[in-house]
Design a protein around this ligand. Structure first.
Ligand code: PLP
Length: 422
């Protein structure tokens, strides 16, 4: 199946006489006839469901659809993107360990890595996305466990050179983890370029309709944990799970099985089956929506780049953008619908522009079917001083604009009338 067909058909495939729509298994628990049968499930000796915190059929069908879209071996859903990012790294490391992440990542992930994981004794080195291969390689330590980046960063919109990062990671026996939230697997499949694990905030394009917060982790199944020698948690007995050796017992599903049996068991950030059901409906139209998001955003970036009241447009799909060539390589069909631009003038000018918009909604959100807009100086970066804001690349006039799937002429007319008020 091609990717747009997979969006519709993958995951739940009903057998004869079964419901066509993905059933919602709204049950915390599952009933068994014998002690022995239930025991085998606890021992991971037989596949099956026994408690929804560990696995639920509705969630598994949706995880399997995302796994298929990414071209991976195994996947799991989480309650949020944040939980997915946390689980993806904590499944590999602990106190005393180190990892490397690009600096231009989503603010919540940056805080998780740089503040909260630090408190747990995990050290992170943040590097610029444009770091050279040699420099990146020189930062790997004996206790380094993975390298992390975003395909298209939120909100910097820098594009990760996946092949470069994968080369360095693999040279040192490390997996590369990529947050593929913005392009989605419709526009980029990081495994095809050497990434080992993909994470998603499904809250964004995969859902696409503001319905449910969620996350997903997909493992390519390609990383050789045993050959690396850096991951005893996967390759030696897990005493917290009666001595199971994940790589021996589960092969290509080792990483996801450990993340489920150990990390989800202990932290418990499951996605509700109802949200997984809604997510599945969102994904059915993902390919259609991504195409429209990208065509709309490309036109709007073009329009804004020529507008006399705009200083600068950042969009990797815009010719002349610093990341245009990398975007064309990794995402030939388009990047995403999110762009940033600077309204000329002070904070008041940007606020006037924001408040004059009629169609675009002011919302702390991106990647929605509806166009939405945010003024970082007034919103996400409000607590910072003007000089701290500038250091974070947030100028007074900076606008984050998430282009929806409405008719592009309507969005441009809305922008045009709001810019007239500036
Ligand atoms: N990763 C990226 C690229 C994001 O944009 C976000 C949220 O905006 C997250 C992760 C966190 O996801 P969630 O809000 O679903 O927890």
């Amino acid at each position: 199946m091609r990717i747009d067909t997979k969006c519709v058909q993958s995951g739940y495939r009903p057998k004869n006489g079964e419901p066509r729509m993905l059933p919602i298994t709204q049950s915390t628990t599952f009933k068994y006839d014998s002690t022995e049968h239930m025991g085998k499930l606890f021992a991971l000796e037989e596949p099956g469901y026994f408690y929804t915190r560990l696995a639920n059929p509705t969630n598994d069908y949706v995880a399997d659809k995302i796994r298929d879209l990414e071209g991976g071996a195994a996947a799991m859903l989480t309650s949020s993107g944040q939980a997915a990012m946390f689980y993806a790294v904590i499944n590999l490391l602990g106190a005393g360990d180190h990892f490397i992440s690009t600096a231009e990542i989503y603010g919540g992930t940056h805080n998780l890595f740089g503040v909260t994981l630090k408190k747990l004794g995990v050290d992170v080195t943040f590097v610029p996305t444009d770091i050279s291969e040699e420099e990146l390689s020189s930062l790997v330590r004996e206790n380094t466990k993975c390298i992390y980046g975003e395909t298209v960063a939120n909100p910097a919109l820098s594009v990760l050179d996946i092949e470069k990062f994968a080369r360095v990671a693999h040279k040192h026996g490390l997996p590369l983890i990529v947050d593929n939230t913005f392009p989605t697997p419709v526009n980029c499949r990081p495994f095809e370029w050497g990434a080992d694990i993909v994470v998603h905030s499904t809250t964004k394009y995969l859902d696409g309709h503001d319905m449910g917060v969620g996350g997903c982790i997909v493992d390519s199944g390609n990383f050789d944990w045993e050959a690396s020698g850096r991951f005893p948690g996967l390759t030696t007995p897990d005493e917290s799970y009666h001595g199971v050796i994940y790589t021996k017992q589960f092969g290509k599903a080792a990483y996801i099985t450990k993340a489920t049996a150990q990390i989800m068991r202990d932290f418990g950030s499951i996605q509700s089956p109802m949200n997984a059901f809604l997510l599945n409906i969102g994904i059915e139209t993902l390919a259609l929506r991504m195409e429209r998001h990208c065509r709309n955003a490309e036109r709007i970036a073009e329009y804004l780049s020529k507008h006399p009241k705009i200083n600068k447009v950042t969009y990797p799909g815009l010719k002349g953008d610093k990341y245009y060539d990398l975007a064309k390589k990794y995402m030939p069909n388009g990047t995403c619908g999110v762009l940033t631009f600077e309204v000329k003038g002070d904070v008041a000018a940007a606020v006037r522009f924001m408040d004059s918009l009629k169609l675009a909604m002011i919302a702390t959100h991106v990647a929605d079917a509806r166009t939405c807009v945010l003024h970082p100086a007034s919103h996400t970066h409000r607590q910072l001083s003007p000089s701290e804001r500038l250091a974070a690349g947030v100028t007074d006039g900076l606008i984050r604009f998430s282009v929806g799937i409405e008719n592009c002429d309507d969005i441009i007319e809305d922008l045009s009338q709001a810019l007239e008020k500036v």
